[in-house]
Unconditional design. Structure first.
Lengths: 229, 240
């Protein structure tokens, strides 16, 4: 008899399955990218360039777009398991339920990070914001925020698919939870782009790190309770 | 509280809502307002506008209590799986949302004459608004699930996560205003309120706590009746 996979291996298998589906269909990723680019364009025309400098506007635009395009991916995370009751097969697999959550979350983090990797340079291009020396810390902040968004969003996605409202419910549940993440990330981004000393962004980063830590653990513990028993 | 089935030919009238707790709460609130209006001195600079404080602050404190009860009941539910515990959480969330609505309504009414604006993104205002959003989401989630056991489990998860979220929103809204240190938890010195006003405030807090308990009981009774109705419909239509 083959040995059962450990938590990390099982999580990776689940993530790989989701990424393979996404890679072969590319529907969600493609629409999230187009959505992000559209968002960048619409924001540009909602903005009076003579009144607000691009560098002041950029952090807000960026984080609103990251949040909403992230929701698009999260929406699908458990939506794909609805077809042919694939979720039942996943639950019948001899792995921990936490592993299913972590695998789903891992795939979602890669999804959101992929959207970020394309929309961040697009922002620099469209809004003429020089990312120059700050792109690396900026990417770090974006990644930390992606972890927080995904930790909560994956759990709520699992809950939302089993309700009458389905996709309508996810933003309503998740957005209040994104407030500390988006505030902290946008404030850090603003300080990075303005070339302020790193110490000024530290209190915000601490909120971001704390959120990630608390909610990754809490949501992994809570996830089994959202499954059929 | 007895869980009895209302007979079909004699449906229970809504007068069941007005029990002795509701009456006691109404009398207490009326008494508080007699004291507030006639027996408590007006504030020196704000004048009569400050009277709303005796409604605003007790409502806010009782909303915190209500949401605290939701969090505790959510944990207890996941542990004991008792539907009664879930009903308490449900009722408390709804009453808490009502109190938060009172806070968010009375605040601007006071803010307009005193601050000169209906709304400002002050840390405490923002936090209260987000409390409202979290528990509005909680109630919408409950309404979106038909199966009672799933509904109870999901809302317990949200009830716990919502409570975990509050400190993070608290920290970020305070930091948003300024990076300077602010009194975050409580003022270090004694409450700077004249004894007369403090006494009225405590009296008012007690009255509104009574309102909380009375509404919680009434809402719990409604939840029981709805469960019975769902069960009866479930039996007559067969298992769904």
């Amino acid at each position: 008899m083959r040995e059962l996979p450990g938590l990390a291996t099982a999580a990776w298998l689940v993530a790989r399955k989701d990424l393979a589906i996404e890679f072969r269909t590319r529907t969600a990723f493609f629409s999230a990218i187009v959505f992000a680019l559209l968002g960048l364009t619409i924001f540009y025309f909602a903005w009076d360039a003579t009144a607000v400098a691009a560098i002041d506007l950029a952090p807000g635009v960026l984080w609103v777009i990251f949040t909403f395009s992230g929701l698009l991916g999260l929406q699908r995370s458990f939506g794909v398991e609805q077809a042919d009751r694939a979720m039942d097969a996943l639950l019948a697999a001899p792995v921990d339920r936490e592993a299913i959550y972590l695998g789903k979350a891992l795939a979602n983090v890669l999804f959101v990070a992929g959207v970020q990797a394309i929309s961040l340079p697009a922002l620099a291009l469209f809004y003429n914001v020089p990312l120059g020396g700050v792109w690396l810390p900026l990417a770090g902040v974006a990644f930390l925020a992606a972890i927080g968004i995904v930790a909560v969003g994956t759990l709520f996605s699992a809950m939302a698919v089993n309700t009458k409202l389905a996709e309508l419910l996810l933003p309503m549940l998740a957005l209040p939870f994104f407030v500390p993440i988006v505030t902290a990330a946008a404030q850090t981004t603003a300080r990075l782009l303005a070339g302020r000393p790193a110490a000024e962004a530290w209190p915000w980063l601490r909120i971001l790190l704390g959120f990630d830590l608390v909610f990754v653990v809490a949501c992994a513990i809570a996830f089994p309770y959202t499954l059929e028993e | 509280m007895t869980e009895r089935l209302p007979t079909a030919d004699a449906p229970r009238a809504t007068s069941a809502f007005v029990d002795k707790w509701i009456i006691a709460a109404a009398v207490a609130v009326a008494a508080v307002y007699v004291r507030v209006i006639w027996f408590t001195p007006p504030e020196a600079t704000q004048g009569l506008a400050q009277k709303i404080y005796y409604l605003h602050l007790p409502a806010a404190l009782n909303a915190y209590i209500a949401f605290g009860v939701v969090a505790v009941m959510s944990i207890v539910y996941l542990w004991l799986r008792d539907p009664r515990v879930d009903r308490v959480a449900e009722s408390s969330a709804e009453v808490g949302l009502l109190f938060t609505t009172v806070v968010l309504t009375t605040g601007p009414i006071w803010g307009k004459p005193i601050w000169g604006t209906w709304w400002t993104w002050d840390a405490r205002l923002t936090l209260t608004l987000f409390l409202w959003f979290i528990y509005a989401g909680y109630i919408v989630l409950r309404g979106a699930i038909l199966e009672p056991e799933t509904r109870a489990r999901y809302s317990a998860v949200l009830g716990i996560l919502g409570a975990l979220l509050i400190p993070f929103i608290h920290m970020s809204v305070y930091l948003f205003r300024t990076l300077h240190p602010m009194p975050i938890v409580l003022k270090p010195d004694r409450p700077s309120l004249p004894t007369e006003m403090l006494r009225t405030l405590l009296f008012s807090f007690a009255a509104f706590f009574l309102v909380y308990v009375a509404l919680l009981r009434a809402r719990y009774g409604l939840a029981v009746e709805r469960t019975l109705l769902e069960e009866r419909e479930g039996h007559s239509h067969g298992e769904r």
